[in-house]
Design a protein around this ligand. Structure first.
Ligand SMILES: [Zn+2]
Length: 78
C-alpha cells in the first residue's frame, strides 16, 4: 500500500469500527492508530478491510506476527 492508500484504508476502518484500538478499545486520534492485520501478511493475510483492524502501537507491536490478540482475551474472531 502506498501512503495515500493507507490513509484511505485507515479512514474506512475508522468509519467501520470507530477511532479506537480493536484490541484494547482505547480511543485514539487517527494519527496514533496503526493498521493491524488479523492474519499477518507474512502468513498470507490480505489488505482487505475484513483482514484489517485499527490498533494502538503497543498492541500492534506486541502481537507481531501472532495470529492471536495481544493478551489472548478474545479468540472468537476466527
Ligand atoms: Zn491497543
Amino acid at each position: 500500500m502506498n501512503p495515500k492508500q493507507k490513509r484511505n484504508k485507515k479512514q474506512r476502518l475508522i468509519d467501520l469500527f470507530g477511532s479506537q484500538c480493536w484490541w484494547c478499545s482505547k480511543s485514539l486520534p487517527q494519527k496514533d492508530l496503526t493498521i493491524d492485520h488479523l492474519l499477518p501478511k507474512s502468513r498470507g493475510g490480505t489488505n482487505s478491510c475484513e483482514n484489517l483492524r485499527l490498533s494502538c502501537f503497543p498492541c500492534n507491536n506486541h502481537r507481531g506476527n501472532s495470529l492471536y490478540p495481544p493478551n489472548y482475551k478474545s479468540l472468537n474472531y476466527f
